[in-house]
Write a protein that binds this ligand. Structure first.
Ligand code: UDP
Length: 451
């Protein structure tokens, strides 16, 4: 046994992972699973039948469906009913049953359970079985800290301030404006979304550790507060630097656009995608379309089925759109697009995966935001990292075109591009031997091995 390589020894230990079934949560969990597998652990993925993962892309993992929560077995990104199942405790019995079976396996001891932070009920199940549970928080450190202060922000009345206060600074988080905090989408700390976040924060604090898809140099200033708010072992790893998210895509990724990208001038294309869940009104949709045309830059726009409220797909677009200069696809191979030399800017909804994927490829951003952590990420990218411009006053065609040209054509763009290049370099260095992320990976592996 002593002379076997470390990975072979560890392959006799299993990690059970349980992602929340949404694209922005599935991708980082699978990236982490691949990373831990590459370090020698066996992996079992527990999943729901709603948005079930494509198991054939992962022949090296074991899969177990534990929650029959969707009678129609849908594999679709968005479902209103799905909001409910995060809130309920009904799944605890199914999970306990499955974990008991898995943990009693003699050949391969189970080291720990790693679940999405929002599956907060899993902590009590893990406790009842004496199984350590680590948490994967799929947002930034910054927004995790803001979320842990929601009761305080509520007590200070921020969520109910009227519109005359929107541009004011939040005293407790001077980086943020009142409108950023209001856009999270919470009305009071008693509404169901706030309760969910409250439970998530509480159960993360009692977990055996927290893993973020991030890196130290990106959120250095936030890290001082973490030991106070989350006094558990902490690990920051920028997953896109280790594994692409494409193999866990729930939708087929359109790769036919790569030859089109190949024909575009270097750093000229606006890549537009608002993630897997956000939706716009038809009026906003048309403003985006006209803004892209007015910008006179080539563009690649991801319009998901269901992106436009009360509309199936593209029927409301003006005749002749997108014309010669643009392409519209239903779902892109985002990593390939961001890594392509023709891509000059990413207009994003500021979901955390998209934000970090852009940073890891050194692509500057135009930041929009809809709800949740997105307004916090957008503010951070524009005012702290300064690798993006925040379109914070809604979607108007003239402003859209002007921001695109500011980044791709004007001198201001050179400065933002340079900062994006430097930040990418920091991410690259962090994963090199001795770098902060590389050390975080090694510490995590040692920690799990010690459990
Ligand atoms: N994504 C993709 N193709 C697309 C748009 C998005 O593969 O056309 C992926 C993207 O790479 C990211 C995830 O979907 O990993 C979206 O996660 P994010 O946190 O950015 O946003 P969410 O969908 O959770 O709002």
């Amino acid at each position: 046994m002593e002379n076997q390589p470390e990975t072979t020894v560890r392959r006799h230990r299993r990690i059970i992972m349980f992602p929340l079934p949404f694209q922005g949560h599935i991708n980082p969990m699978f990236q982490l699973a691949n990373l831990l597998y590459s370090k020698g652990f066996s992996i079992t993925i527990l999943h729901t039948n709603f948005n079930a993962p494509k198991t054939s892309n992962y022949p090296h993992f074991t899969f177990k469906s534990i929650l029959d929560n969707d009678p129609e077995n849908r594999r679709f990104l968005l479902a209103d009913f799905a909001q409910d199942f995060i809130h309920t405790q009904d799944h605890a019995d199914a999970l306990r049953h499955e974990l008991k079976l898995l943990a009693s396996g003699k050949d391969e001891p189970v080291s720990c359970l790693i679940t999405d932070a929002l599956w907060h009920f899993t902590q009590s199940v893990a406790d009842s079985l004496n199984l350590p549970r680590l948490v994967l928080r799929t947002t930034s450190v910054h927004s995790t800290i803001v979320y842990s202060s929601i009761p305080l922000l509520d007590a200070r009345g921020y969520f109910t301030l009227d519109d005359s206060h929107l541009e004011e600074q939040v005293v407790e988080f001077p980086l943020l404006k009142v409108k950023d905090v209001k856009k999270i989408g919470i009305k009071s700390s008693k509404d169901p979304y706030a309760e969910l976040i409250g439970n998530m924060v509480k159960q993360t604090k009692t977990s055996s550790g927290i893993i973020w898809n991030s890196f130290k140099e990106l959120e250095e200033t936030e890290l001082d507060r973490v030991p106070h708010d989350f006094p558990v072992p902490r690990f920051l790893i920028p997953f896109p630097k280790y594994f692409k998210a494409s193999s866990s895509s729930l939708l087929e990724q359109d790769r036919t656009i790569v030859p089109w990208l190949d024909q575009q001038p270097t750093k000229s294309v606006v890549y537009v995608s608002f993630g897997s869940l956000s939706q716009v009104e038809e009026k906003e949709f048309l403003e985006i379309a006209h803004g892209l045309v007015y910008s006179k830059q080539p563009f690649l726009w991801v319009v998901r089925m269901g992106f436009i409220k009360n509309s199936t797909w593209l029927e409301s677009l003006p005749k002749g759109f997108p014309g010669e200069r643009g392409r519209v696809v239903e779902w892109a191979a985002q990593h390939e697009v961001l890594a392509h030399e023709a891509t000059g800017v990413f207009w994003t909804h500021s979901g955390w995966n998209s934000t970090l994927e852009s940073i890891c490829e050194g692509v500057p951003m135009i930041c929009s935001s809809f709800w949740g952590d997105q307004p916090l990420d957008a503010r951070y990218m524009s005012d702290v990292s300064r690798v993006g411009v925040y379109l914070e006053n809604g979607l108007q065609r003239e402003e859209i075109a002007s921001v695109i040209r500011r980044i791709l054509v004007d001198e201001e763009g050179d400065e933002i591009r340079e900062r994006a290049r430097v930040l990418k370099q920091k991410a690259d260095e962090s994963v090199m031997k001795g770098g902060t992320s590389s050390e975080s990976v090694e510490t995590l592996v040692d920690y799990i091995s010690s459990l």
